[in-house]
Ligand binder design. Structure first.
Ligand SMILES: NC(=O)c1ccc[n+]([C@@H]2O[C@H](COP(=O)([O-])OP(=O)(O)OC[C@H]3O[C@@H](n4cnc5c(N)ncnc54)[C@H](OP(=O)(O)O)[C@@H]3O)[C@@H](O)[C@H]2O)c1
Length: 305
């Protein structure tokens, strides 16, 4: 199949592209980086935004489009300017891609990133794809992001899937990598009260669930990409320190973390007890349901996705 991936150079995109290539799909990676451009094996880089008719024709021939673009949410303080970039790099980019794809006669499936941030801060409430949106900045971003993706369904009748992704676990990037560093300095205890739920997913299961969605046309709309067993920040910290055989960890009070991080602290204190109802109903098999099983695999020396 010919598959387009916008954001295919990022953390999730690069793992997904590698897997798609191993299944002999023909891949177009849309990227803002001007240094890219040549075909290499079964994939080709195309300048984003689209520059010419030839590139437009290439993307219009894709059967599946996957949109993973967006400026990093966690890497910089949420100044007004940063918040605008986080929003526009998702919402405007998705609108632009959907506009371009609306001329396609080939497109069957549009898979577009979103996040469990859609649900806002919901304490212990069990959240499925049917749960209503939450409140706050991240929820506003996700709602606007999903709206732009969904518009494509009316335009070309393509199936649209919104990937409401939780915290993706990889030893070398993101949340787990940061927690491991903090635990080395004995600072990886529960954040604040430790009550906030972490809806995590192993990188392997994230990639496999996207492959599953590509093949299962009955799966549409929002899909929670989270493991079936989320756990509190306190339990996450305990399981990780036991696994890494670290001594007891110090924890920082919520007020101190909020003073340090400002609004960005929402990433730590917004609680989402999300469940992958649609994936389970569709019979997707998670390989890593518990955090302990995910850590055991991620810390194997020969780990590959
Ligand atoms: N990783 C997670 O745990 C997680 C959790 C929930 C949701 N998500 C969402 O899933 C998507 C992929 O996540 P990721 O972790 O792979 O992100 P990532 O590593 O930061 O990659 C995002 C991609 O977006 C593109 N990008 C960056 N800044 C941009 C900008 N200002 N305008 C347009 N494009 C820009 C980049 O592509 P080029 O530089 O090639 O243009 C980059 O490859 C993101 O939208 C993210 O919010 C991720």
């Amino acid at each position: 199949m010919k598959i387009l991936v916008l954001g295919g150079t990022g953390f999730l995109g690069s793992h997904l592209v590698r897997k798609l290539l191993s299944q002999n799909h023909d891949i177009l990676i849309l990227t803002r980086k001007p240094a890219y451009g040549q075909r290499s094996g079964a994939y080709k880089f195309i300048q984003w935004p689209i520059q010419n008719g030839e590139d437009l024709n290439e993307i219009l021939n894709c059967e599946v489009a996957i949109n993973l673009a967006g400026a990093s949410i966690a890497d910089a303080p949420w100044t007004k300017k940063r918040k605008q970039l986080i929003l526009s790099s998702r919402v405007d980019t998705t609108r632009e891609l959907a506009d371009q794809l609306s001329a396609s006669a080939q497109l069957k499936t549009f898979i577009s990133a979103s996040a469990v941030g859609f649900y806002g801060n919901r304490k212990t409430e069990v959240l499925t794809e049917q749960s209503p949106r939450g409140e706050g900045y991240l929820s506003d971003v996700c709602v606007a992001w999903e709206r732009e993706a969904n518009a494509l369904s009316a335009k070309v009748g393509a199936r649209v899937v919104n990937l409401r992704t939780g915290t993706v676990l990889d030893r070398h990037a993101g949340f787990l990598h940061k927690m491991e560093q903090l635990q080395k300095w004995h600072l990886g205890g529960p954040a604040g009260s430790g009550d906030a739920f972490v809806s995590w997913i192993h990188l392997h299961d994230w990639v496999q669930s996207v492959l599953f969605i590509i093949d299962h046309h009955e799966v549409t709309g929002p899909v929670n990409l989270v493991a079936p067993e989320p756990l509190s920040n306190r339990a996450f910290s305990r399981v990780l320190s036991e696994f890494l055989k670290r001594p007891p960890q110090l924890s920082a009070p919520e007020w101190a973390i909020r003073a340090l991080l400002g609004e960005l602290a929402a990433l730590i204190f917004d609680s989402q007890n999300a469940r992958p109802k649609k994936l389970l109903d569709a019979n997707f098999k998670f390989q890593f349901r518990s955090l302990a099983s995910a850590l055991t695999n991620l810390y194997q020396e020969n780990f590959t996705v």
